[in-house]
Design a protein around this ligand. Sequence first.
Ligand code: BTN
Length: 266
Amino acid sequence: MSHDPLDHDAIAGSVTGTFGRILRVHDEIGSTNQDALEWAENDAPEGAVVTTEHQSAGRGRWGRSWSSAPGALLQFSVILRPALAPADAGLLTCAMGVGVARAVNRATELDARLKWPNDVMLSGRKTAGILVESRGRELVDVAVVGIGINVNWARSEMPADIASSATSLSEELGSRVDRNELLVACLTALEETYGLLRDDDGRARVIADATRLSDVLGHRVTVSFVDSSTREGVAERISDRGALILETPNGTEEVSVGEVTRVRPA
Ligand code: BTN
């Protein structure tokens, strides 16, 4: 396959399923999630993908911005039409995290782990982030899954605010990774894990995989909420709907939306 820059025909011609068969490749765009949400409203089919060499207004979770450098990351969004009940949206988040971790592990043989709900970690540092944005009231009828993976990005070139807690595939491997091949591996793995959400057995497998790949279960953690409050406890397990079950001094709590930090032993 072609070597880096992102190559529309090489990607669309290498995927074996439907994810990525219909594909937009931009040199630069504000946010692939924004482009994908607009495309979804204009009848893009499920599995259509937007990717770009560079984002000028990349979005992170909770309204934060997402940093990048041209050509150094793989940044893409997949359009899904999952018809999930909102209470099951956490399952989609878990499935996407499992898919990306699996793709990284297959493509590089690194040991990618998941920090609930879906940050992908290498050696305890963040390597990929996932932002699921959805539309639909009673059912999640359109979801855009946006994924940013630090691929060929030297830590010395990362912005200071992320350099201490982030890494990249090339940092961990000591060599560059072909982003076209990695994108095809991601689309294959994401289509597999998404397909598992169709029935109860598959959903149980997603939770089992998210549990096996977890970097936080069994550890003391602090969970931060969007209103800036926090809760400390031991991350016990992931529920069958993808929530984090936390054992706190006041009993068991179920967390559906939050950000987890591992508490380092004193
Ligand atoms: C996070 O960890 O906060 C989520 C980051 C998600 C970043 C990706 S990059 C591709 C897609 N387009 C965006 O604007 N954001 C997501």
